[in-house]
Design a protein around this ligand. Structure first.
Ligand code: NDP
Ligand code: GDP
Length: 374
């Protein structure tokens, strides 16, 4: 018998990789997408199946984590074996701007889903995965962070996710639900949202290399993160729901780098050597040397990065480093893609897109480059 999965956030980075993964495993996959005024399914268009075909294995439902009756109806129709709650307002900086909405979606949205499962009497059938986050550790109290490290969230996003974490534990303890938290450290890919730091860097530098933008404006480039590849992390999300008993796991690489280092690697993949000059908000990155033909848009002496305090957060998470030991020992999971390999892949993909843009521009078709803000 094939299994049925429901993914909230299927149009996001992780949702798209997880949907691919589950389809390959033979699952029938249902996803909740939001109504938007522009198409928002770019990350899953390649696996979309025409609903007119006989028995499509991927089905999308309009819905929203703020809408209980909608969630209950979808769960009742789909009767899923597994629910992956990946939907969220997932941007830390945005959560300071929209704290109430973030709490509604990320915290109460999780409760709505769990309650709908219970209300429909699915609590013994449906296994539940909650996308928890290393942001829970915030002001870190132990290095590296493990499943038992105390939480100290530092943003409305992290506080909302802390509620979601505990309500998942609570439904497991109170109602015997098979519910797991994956405490995932930052994970990236060419499909990462354009305003998260890694993608902002790879996309921005590729645009600069191709002469489409002049400069990147960044916040705290000395922040340290433990960055993995989303493909590795969605595999672990599935593994967590295949055990005999539910449990919570940290998913991380166990290695950390600075944002500055990620900038240096990305520039190197484009044949650009950088010198960092100045200090604090006056710090800049200046092109020292250009080799190869990937960056015709820059020359030595160009200032291609400045610090803009607009990107500093009211409360920062300076350092995150996870211990994946439990995931390794209990589930045999190890990440297969290193941070450097991931950076190279992201630059290669963003360079292709910047080169397409530059070619169109040369031929008189000037597409505007979307403005980043995050
Ligand atoms: P994305 O931001 O790429 O995707 C978020 C998804 O949630 C999108 O499909 C988005 O829809 C959807 N969504 C947003 N608001 C709502 C809503 N009100 N109702 C229903 N769906 C909604 O995030 P990622 O894929 O990177 O992350 C997946 C999950 O993992 C998130 O919960 C995130 O907080 C968490 N997480 C991510 C980490 C990371 O490093 N990537 C680290 C730890 C946890 P739309 O496409 O329409 O915007
Ligand atoms: P987060 O760890 O979930 O907040 O993921 P992000 O990718 O948004 O940010 C990672 C780190 O990069 C944080 O410490 C940010 O403060 C830092 N950072 C520095 N400059 C920027 C920037 O311009 N945009 C973003 N998004 N983050 C930045």
């Amino acid at each position: 018998m094939h299994k049925t999965a429901l993914i909230t956030g299927i149009t996001g980075q992780d949702g798209s990789y997880l949907a691919e993964f589950l389809l390959e495993k033979g699952y029938e996959v249902h996803g909740i997408k939001r109504r938007a005024s522009l198409f928002n399914t770019q990350r899953i268009d390649h696996i979309y199946q025409d609903p007119h075909e006989a028995k499509p294995k991927l089905k999308l439902h309009y819905g929203d984590l703020t809408d209980s009756s909608n969630l209950t109806r979808i769960l009742s129709e789909v009767q899923p074996d597994e629910v992956y709650n990946l939907g969220a307002q997932s941007h830390v900086a945005v959560s300071f701007e929209a704290p109430e909405y973030t709490a509604d979606v990320d915290a109460i949205g999780t409760l709505r889903l769990l309650e709908a499962i219970r209300f429909l009497g699915l609590e013994k059938k449906t296994r539940f995965y909650q996308a928890s986050t290393s942001e829970l550790y915030g002001l870190v109290q132990e290095i590296p962070q493990t499943e038992t490290t105390p939480f100290h969230p530092r943003s409305p996003y992290a506080v909302a996710k802390m509620y979601a974490y505990w309500i998942t534990v609570n439904y497991r303890e109170a109602y015997g639900m098979y519910a797991c938290n994956g405490i995932l450290f930052n994970h990236e890919s060419p499909r990462r949202g354009e305003t998260f730091v890694t993608r902002k860097i790879t996309r921005g530098l590729c645009n600069i290399a191709q002469g489409l933008e002049d400069r990147l404006y960044m916040g705290n480039i000395d922040a340290l993160r433990d960055w993995g590849h989303a493909k590795d992390y969605v595999r672990m999300q599935w593994m967590m729901l295949q055990q005999d008993a539910p449990d919570d796991f940290v998913i991380a690489t166990g290695v950390q780098y600075s944002v500055r280092q990620f900038i240096i690697w990305s520039a190197e993949h484009l044949g650009i050597s950088l010198n960092f000059q100045g200090e604090g908000v006056n710090e800049t990155a200046v092109v020292a040397k250009v080799t190869g033909d990937k960056a015709p848009g820059v020359k030595p002496g160009d200032v291609i990065l400045r610090i803009d305090p607009q990107y500093f957060r009211p409360a920062e998470v300076e350092t995150l480093l996870g211990s994946p030991i439990k995931a390794k020992e209990k589930l045999g999971w190890t990440p297969q893609i290193t941070t450097q390999e991931m950076c190279e892949e992201m630059v290669a993909e963003d360079l292709k897109s910047a080169q397409r843009h530059a070619l169109l521009k040369q031929h008189g078709f000037d597409l505007p480059v979307s403005l980043e803000n995050g």
